[in-house]
Design a protein around this ligand. Structure first.
Ligand code: MN
Length: 170
């Protein structure tokens, strides 16, 4: 049962390239995907999401500069965070997020400061022979085909800082 106490975090991170790290609390860790273009509010947009290693829960509030020489060196902000609910169902029953990841399909309901409503992550094999996940907004009351929060809302929801602020001031 979802009790609404699980958290999601989206870090904006300028490492070798700009990307957004989409993280879902599950099993006491942050299950993570790197989303090069960031999340969309348009249900027609499929955003590539690449699974990355689990992170500890306390990383969910990290903001700062990962130092030179470290993996992912560059500035990080908490672009969005809030509670989420697992809405993954199979034959009418809730599928725990960890199982849903194994099965390649996860549906969540986000209650963030910027992102709200349903999002689906679905594993896909591409014609190129590569595989990865696709992050897609569900068609609900929070869908907004003309919105682009990645561009229009660049500030940290924790500190109000941008990536450039963090890079300049540490
Ligand atoms: Mn990252």
């Amino acid at each position: 049962m979802s009790d609404g106490s699980m958290r999601f975090v989206i870090h904006e991170h300028r490492g070798r390239a700009l990307h957004f790290d989409f993280r879902l609390e599950a099993g006491g860790v942050l299950k993570s995907w790197a989303v090069p273009k960031g999340p969309s509010t348009d249900p027609k947009e499929k955003r590539l999401a690449i699974r990355t290693p689990d992170h500890p829960m306390d990383y969910g509030t990290f903001e700062g500069v990962i130092s030179d020489g470290q993996y992912g060196a560059g500035p990080v902000i908490v672009w969005d965070t809030g509670p989420y609910e697992n809405r993954t169902r199979k034959e009418g029953k809730e599928v725990p997020v960890e199982d849903a990841i194994e099965l390649g399909h996860v549906v969540v309901w986000l209650e963030g400061s910027k992102l709200r409503g349903g999002y689906a992550l679905t594993f896909a094999s591409f014609a190129t022979g590569d595989d990865g996940w696709l992050l897609v907004k569900e068609a609900d009351a929070y869908a907004d085909p003309s919105g682009d929060p990645v561009r229009s809302e660049p500030r940290s929801v924790l500190s109000g800082r941008t990536l450039d602020d963090v890079e300049r001031l540490g």
